[in-house]
Ligand binder design. Structure first.
Ligand SMILES: Cc1ncc(COP(=O)(O)O)c(C=O)c1O
Length: 353
């Protein structure tokens, strides 16, 4: 059985929209576009539809991620990739997904929209939020189509151990896709899991340009999967989804100089993360700081409500996660610029400030 056969039968037999042919050096009278660009302030031919899929960007991202172009679908942020996976693989009121909580909230949101059951297995602070693979596997049944693993995990910052991931992949072979969300992977020294794809066709990896590449506003993400899975997701995604100026911008961010700049920014961020990891425990209200592979830290405070209020007075926002399972009195703090982090530490150190 191939992984693509796990898809909803109606999606497997879907006829995708046949977009107007696009070829260079042709007179394009086939797509009801205007013949000229009304916005002369930009060079981009805004009167023309973008390519149905951003082929060049796809090739470049495939190079960066060390996979084949046919294994990549460029999406509007990796959020859209999560939505596509739910829509393609989960039949409403029949299928389910399994997640390790606390984790990124959008897996549940898109599952709820699709009408797929969400089975949550809680992790614990005591085991540094390591996913409980035994319990995850026990939660799976014949209707489990997707197992989501966020690594590094938002909001806890830890990465899954490779033997745990391998166990999940092997046990769910032919039964479920295992989706590893690597939104923050560039901030770790650990390798991406895409290397495992050659031997595990049920592995799907999500990547994004929103975090380490600093392009959250551009909305560029990727799904990396076996080509037949990509073809199914492609058949559901809207044609022309990625706008021409965004394709150009993303491609320019992936050239030599800009990549070097991104690498330097990642290094600075990691140094700032180390600085905050060391300095925060000395602040009176801080009870615990967990190690993090991402661009944020999970912190337990003695008086979270008071701290949040005090920081807000300094116009500093942090994200309260205290209602998530196992995260009482916890907040997630994104690593900012050196100046922003100085202000954070000052506001936390000096309660009268
Ligand atoms: C773990 C994780 N995955 C995916 C996303 C979505 O990112 P985007 O849609 O910007 O690619 C986020 C955003 O915060 C996230 O934390």
């Amino acid at each position: 059985m191939t992984v693509a056969s796990l898809a909803r039968p109606e999606i497997a037999s879907l006829s995708a929209y046949a977009a107007a042919t696009q070829a260079n050096l042709t007179i394009r009278l086939n797509a009801n576009e205007m013949p000229s660009n009304a916005n002369s302030a930009v060079d981009t031919e805004l009167n023309r539809y973008p390519p149905v899929r951003p082929w060049k960007l796809r090739e470049r991202l495939a190079e960066i991620y060390s996979v084949l172009a046919e294994q990549v679908l460029v999406t509007r942020g990796s959020s859209e990739a999560i939505d596509l996976l739910l829509r393609v693989f989960c039949r409403p009121a029949i299928d389910n997904i399994v997640i390790s909580t606390p984790t990124f909230g959008m897996y549940k949101v898109y599952a709820d929209i699709q009408g797929a059951e969400v089975r949550c297995i809680n992790t614990s602070a005591g085991s540094d939020f390591a996913p409980d693979v035994c319990a995850l596997l026990e939660a799976c049944d014949a209707a489990t189509k997707l197992v989501f693993v966020c690594s590094p995990n938002n909001p806890t910052g830890n990465s899954i151990r490779s033997d745990d991931l391998l166990r999940l992949l092997r046990n769910r072979k032919g039964k479920s896709l295992v989706v590893v969300d690597e939104a923050y992977v560039e901030f770790t020294s650990k390798e991406s899991t895409v290397g495992l794809m050659a031997r595990h066709e049920n592995l799907v990896v999500l990547r994004t340009m929103s975090k380490a590449y600093g392009l959250a506003a551009a909305r560029v993400g990727s799904v990396i999967a076996e080509a037949s899975v990509i073809a199914l997701l492609d058949s559901v995604m809207a044609p022309y989804a990625i706008a021409t100026p965004i394709i150009e911008l993303a491609l320019s961010a992936l050239t030599g100089d800009r990549l070097a700049c991104t690498a330097a920014q990642i290094e600075t961020l990691r140094a700032e993360r180390r600085r905050l990891e060391t300095a925060l425990p000395d602040c009176t209200d801080v009870e615990r700081v967990w190690p993090s592979d991402a661009n944020f830290l999970l912190v337990r405070f003695r008086n979270l409500a008071g701290v949040t209020r005090r920081l807000a007075e300094h116009r500093i926002l942090i994200r309260d996660f205290s209602t998530d399972p196992g995260l009482h009195d916890c907040a997630r703090i994104t690593i900012g610029s050196t100046d922003e982090n100085d202000l954070l530490l000052k506001a936390l150190t000096n309660s009268d400030a």
